[in-house]
Design a binder for this molecule. Structure first.
Ligand code: ADP
Ligand code: MG
Ligand code: MG
Length: 881
């Protein structure tokens, strides 16, 4: 027997996703746990790949397997294709492994022809329904499988309604629909030059081929590229017997989430339409009703529905996004999948599921993608400014967040605006998969049509992007590029603000403030903190950043850069005088001016950090960065210092370097001008003594020396630093504890870390420089070529973004080993950009660092990533057993 390419729903399971696609594997799973699913079968993703090998044709053995499975469905239901008394109709549904816009849409009612329509009448006694189904089928099949523009059918439909003087499809009578079928067939004939295919097997074959072909249509290809989905996965095709939501007032169709996808509330959330079929709900033809009304209209069905959602949630142990149809009061399930949700909802749901005893805390921790937390930490509108703002319109709160920007009406205009550095809001009648790039680039999205499950709403929630959907008060004219609400007309480039949490659209650009972390967030993060071993510190140079980081849970400062303090407008003259001095006495004088300022900086930061550890790095960048470069500034500075502009210009030039990144910076500055580091050391220690005396808090400042490559360099610099500390202690007749350590950022330091650890009490991996010097990629110039590396697949990500674990990471591992050999209790951390990148944080956990340090906004992300590292480790241990 050859390979099996077709699986009946009874044969599959949710574990077979890569073979059966997402939709197919879940239809099988629902079938097998006893839920009401109309019978059918799935043609595998492997068949899709073979389809391409066969020159885009279905081959005889596959057709044979399809016949057999179809016969099985016919037998189960007692229906037959083309039967004049009880015909079988099916839907043909694409279903890739990852749900993917751009794939072929579903075709419903396949199997209808001139015989079957009679059969449908005799089996249902409902002529109107039969012709309604037939006309839907001709239109869908022609549009989706044969590429005849849908518009041609819509026009015929519109004319029919006009002739009859009615507004809604549902007002057309059986005779009208029968006539419509005739006219639709004519449209088909005009376009194709052949009659509408009457043989259901032929219809089915064409539909399946169309699904497979759609795998490689341009929209799907672009989407896959954007989301790193490999092109060789293929799509499955599901063939499923029809149930009918359009059989009158006890029938209907709908979509629902088992919990609220916007805020996580444990309440079924969705929309449905009575006497409707398929995508009527999302297409915006009639306004759907909220699911809670189903309880009133058909209480028994609703009760059944509630039961099914409970079964699904317990079975999948997560919130589900489902599609269903009611046929004459009987419920059928047509799809389930794990529902997309906002971060806020994701956290609330995970915590609720733990409290309901459905999942463990460890599982809850793994369910939140660390980078997703970004969504929560983002600013909201300033309430005072908001109150003064004019409300333009109200729509649906489709995806939370606050966004302001200039309005653009086409995705490509948003992309261009973004390229110009503008903030843009995409405003559309409705979005579709072609708009995806514009949606990614936009600050927020506003649509005039569509509900909570429309394309815009679903995609925006998935991306964590602010969206107001279905805002019917605004009239959008995409051609004229205007939007109107009441008497107000806005044109392209005007500012609006969106609040996606309540669905409000405001005029103008409203300022934003820091967020409140509400709901279950605190509880969730407390579990995270219980689990993780790595400490999380922050990179902060100012009291403000430090305070923000503490609010986000930072446990100390891992990197306080002192150069930012030098750039302050009030100080820069003194800094410049210090640099251009040509005698030690002059330089010391300038440094004396800087000392009280730096001491105050440190004192303020200590106060915010309380007992938490603070690592301060001594001056790192090349001195010429502080000097003026244009003639006018040089002249002014020279004047203020009472020296000749010419002389100053010479000094500036002499400090310029061919390759500053590898030049006169870091500890090298201390070798040439030890007094700079001595001043900074004094400021650090005096501030700590002040803190002890004034506030009674003793901290242990960690003094960090940058850019060490050789142990002897460190020996020299450390001697100077300690000499200064001793001076301070003597002068003050007081002392405190302190630590002196180094950054590991020069490759030579990493591989001689055993020597360096003799002098250093701690290491902090400066992975930005370590990556730069390890690869020899200049950080300042790599933008010009690293994108090409990523585009050509040489690198998955830039090593400046995601730590290169194999190479740069190996140097870190070597340094950890060697450092611990010399000094078993050496303190180890990382302060490069990677300290806030989840996969790099996990790596730091595995190689046994004590802490990671990252920018304030990434602190919660790093906390979660550190906890996930522990959970994954536990799971691997369990797997190994
Ligand atoms: P999508 O992937 O775009 O959601 P689906 O294959 O889920 O497409 O089909 C869309 C809708 O078509 C379903 O939600 C359902 O309402 C309708 N549909 C699909 N198959 C059937 C069927 N066998 N019987 C009745 N309605 C169906
Ligand atoms: Mg769809
Ligand atoms: Mg669906």
């Amino acid at each position: 027997m050859g390979k099996k390419y077709v699986y009946s729903f009874k044969e599959g399971s949710k574990e077979m996703k890569s073979l059966l696609g997402g939709k197919g594997s879940n239809l099988a799973e629902m079938t097998n746990i006893g839920l009401p699913v109309p019978p059918g079968f799935t043609i595998t993703t492997e068949a899709c790949n073979r389809f391409y090998d066969e020159g885009q044709k279905l081959w005889p053995e596959l057709l044979e397997e399809i016949y057999l499975n179809l016969a099985e469905v016919e037998k189960t239901l007692g229906k037959r294709f083309s039967d004049q008394s009880n015909p079988l109709l099916v839907s043909v549904r694409s279903g890739a492994v990852f749900s993917m816009p751009g794939m072929m849409d579903t075709i419903l009612n396949l199997g209808l022809n001139d015989d079957a329509v009679k059969g449908l009448i005799s089996s249902t006694g409902n002529e109107r329904f039969a012709y309604d189904s037939y006309r839907r089928f001709i239109q869908m099949f022609s549009d989706i499988a044969m590429g005849i523009p849908k518009r041609k059918f819509d026009e015929v439909m519109e004319k029919m309604k006009e002739d009859k003087g009615v507004h809604l499809d549902t007002e057309l009578e059986a005779e009208d629909l029968k006539e419509l079928v005739r006219r639709f067939k004519d449209v088909y004939y005009e376009d194709m030059g052949t009659e509408f295919p009457q043989d259901p097997m032929k219809q089915l074959q064409l539909a399946i081929e169309a699904v497979f072909s759609s795998w490689n249509n341009p929209r799907a290809v672009i989407y896959r590229k954007l989301h790193d989905i490999p092109g060789n996965l293929g799509t499955a095709v599901n063939v499923q017997s029809m149930v009918y939501g359009n059989m009158g007032d006890t029938s209907g169709t709908g979509v629902a989430f088992t919990r609220n996808p916007a805020n996580g509330e444990n309440k079924i959330y969705g929309e449905f339409l009575m006497n409707a079929q398929g995508e009527d709900v999302v297409a915006g033809i009639r306004t759907p009703k909220s699911i809670s009304e189903l309880e009133e209209v058909m209480p028994e069905v609703f009760e059944e529905f509630r039961k099914v959602t409970n079964i699904l949630e317990s079975h999948y142990r997560d919130m589900q996004d489902i599609e269903f149809t009611i046929e004459k009061g009987k419920l059928f399930m047509l799809q389930t999948r794990t529902g997309k949700r906002t971060t806020q909802a994701a956290i609330n749901i995970a915590v609720d599921l733990v409290n309901e005893g459905k999942i463990s805390k460890d599982e809850a921790i793994l369910r939140i993608e660390p980078n997703q937390l970004n969504q929560l930490l983002h600013p909201a509108f300033d309430t005072k400014k908001l109150a003064e703002s004019e409300v333009l319109a109200k729509g649906l709160p489709a995806s939370p967040g606050a966004a302001s920007g200039k309005i653009y009406f086409h995705a490509k205009d948003v992309v261009e605006a973004k390229g110009r550095g503008e903030k843009a809001i995409l405003v559309r009648q409705e979005t579709s998969p072609e708009d995806i790039e514009g949606m990614i680039m936009a600050e927020g999205i506003l649509t005039a049509r569509g509900g909570m499950t429309s394309h815009a709403a679903v995609v925006a929630r998935g991306m964590g992007k602010c969206c107001v959907a279905g805002c019917s008060e605004v009239r959008v004219d995409e051609l004229q590029k205007t939007m109107k609400s009441g008497s107000i007309t806005l044109k392209e480039g005007d500012y609006i603000s969106l609040d996606g949490s309540i669905g409000t659209v405001y005029l103008g650009d409203i300022p934003k403030v820091e967020p409140e972390l509400s709901g279950h967030f605190g509880e969730f993060m407390s579990w995270v903190d219980e689990v993780r071993r790595l400490k999380v510190r922050t990179n902060a140079d100012t009291p403000k950043d430090s305070a923000q980081a503490v609010k986000f849970g930072a446990e100390g400062i891992g990197l306080c850069r002192t150069e930012h303090m030098f750039f302050d407008e009030a100080r820069i003259p003194a800094v410049r005088r210090m640099i251009v001095s040509n005698s030690e006495t002059q330089r010391k004088k300038a440094l004396e001016e800087l000392l009280p300022l730096q001491r105050k900086d440190f004192y303020e930061i200590y106060k915010i950090m309380e007992e938490r550890p603070v690592t301060i790095r001594l001056l790192d960048p090349p001195l010429h960065e502080f000097l003026p470069s244009n003639a006018k500034d040089i002249e002014e500075l020279a004047k203020s210092m009472g020296i000749a502009a010419e002389d100053l210009k010479d000094t500036v030039e002499s400090l310029e370097e061919v390759n500053p990144m590898l030049g006169h910076r870091g500890c090298r500055l201390a070798v040439t001008y030890p007094e700079i580091y001595r001043m900074q050391t004094r400021a650090i220690i005096e501030a700590a003594l002040d803190y002890k005396v004034n506030d009674g808090v003793e901290i242990v400042p960690e003094i960090m020396i940058p850019l060490i490559g050789d142990a002897d360099e460190l020996t020299y610099v450390k001697k100077e630093v300690i000499a200064e500390i001793e001076d301070v202690f003597r002068e003050r007749s007081d002392s405190i504890e302190y630590m002196i350590g180094t950054m590991i950022e020069v490759p030579r330091a990493a591989i001689t870390a055993d020597d360096i650890a003799k002098e250093a009490e701690f290491f902090s991996f400066g992975t930005n420089d370590l990556t730069q010097m390890g690869f020899g990629f200049s950080r300042d110039d790599s933008g010009k070529f690293l994108n090409a590396y990523v585009d050509k697949g040489i690198f998955a990500k830039s090593p400046f973004e995601v730590l290169d674990q194999r190479g740069i990471g190996k140097m870190m591992e070597i340094a950890v080993d060697l450092g611990r050999k010399t000094r078993p209790d050496i303190k180890l951390g990382i302060c490069g950009e990677h300290g806030g990148e989840p996969s790099s944080v996990e790596f730091c956990h595995r190689i046994g660092l004590d802490y990671v340090s990252c920018s304030p906004y990434r602190v919660p992300i790093a906390r979660l990533a550190a906890a996930q590292a522990v959970v994954k480790e536990r799971m691997n241990l369990q797997l190994d057993k």
